[in-house]
Design a protein around this ligand. Sequence first.
Ligand SMILES: *[C@@H]1O[C@H](CO)[C@@H](O)[C@H](O)[C@H]1NC(C)=O
Ligand SMILES: *[C@@H]1O[C@H](CO)[C@@H](O)[C@H](O)[C@H]1NC(C)=O
Length: 200
Amino acid sequence: MRASGLIFLAILWAISSFEEVRSHGDQPLSKIAIHKATVSLHDGAYVKASPHILGLMGQNTEWVNLEYSYPNPSIDDWIGVFSPANFSASVCLPENPQTEPPLLCSAPIKYQYANYTSPKYKDTGKGLLKLQLINQRSDVSFALFSGGLLNPKLVAVSNTVAFAYPKAPVYPRLAQGKIWNEMTVTWTSGYGIYEAETVC
Ligand SMILES: *[C@@H]1O[C@H](CO)[C@@H](O)[C@H](O)[C@H]1NC(C)=O
Ligand SMILES: *[C@@H]1O[C@H](CO)[C@@H](O)[C@H](O)[C@H]1NC(C)=O
C-alpha cells in the first residue's frame, strides 16, 4: 500500500515536471539555424580539445578543455559539440528530390558562445572553454562557427575525443519487482548479450 502510494506520487511528480518543461518555451538548440550552415574552414582558425581520451578512471561524465582561435572574431561566434565526431565529412542525401539537403547532416548536441568564459574573445580571437560531456557511446568533436546562430559558418573543427569505455553500463534504475519483496535493478549497456559478462 505504501509502495503504491509512493509510485503514484512519483508518477504525479513526473507529469507535473513534464508540464513545466513543456511550458518553458523554445528549446535552446532550436535557436540554431543548422540547415543554413555553410562551411568555410579558415587556415588560421583552430579548436583543440583535451584530453583526447575521457573517462580513463571509469567515469561516464568528464570535463573537456577547449582552446580556440579565429583571426576574424565576432561577438556571436559559437562552439558546437557534435557526436559522432566526423559530422563535417558525412554526406547527406535529399529526403525528396525537390529539396536540397543541408550541408551539415547533423546538428550540435550542445553549444556555447565563444566568449562565454573569454570575454576578450571578440578582440583577441582567442578563447578557452570547459564543457562537460556525458558518455553517449560515440566520439565527439567541437566546431567553431561564426555568423551567429542564424547564419552559421563553420570555420574550424577540433580533434576528436572519445570515452575510453564507450559501452560501459550507465543509468542504473531501481524498480519494484513482481512480488512485494522483490526489487529490480536495470541499466543501459552498449554490450551485446554475448559480449556481456557477469562479475560477482
Ligand atoms: C557574448 O556573446 C553573446 C552572444 O553574442 C552576447 O550576448 C554577450 O553580450 C557577449 N558577452 C561579452 C562579455 O562580450
Ligand atoms: C563517418 O560518418 C559516417 C556516417 O555519416 C560513417 O558511416 C563512417 O563510418 C564515419 N567514419 C568514421 C571514420 O568514423
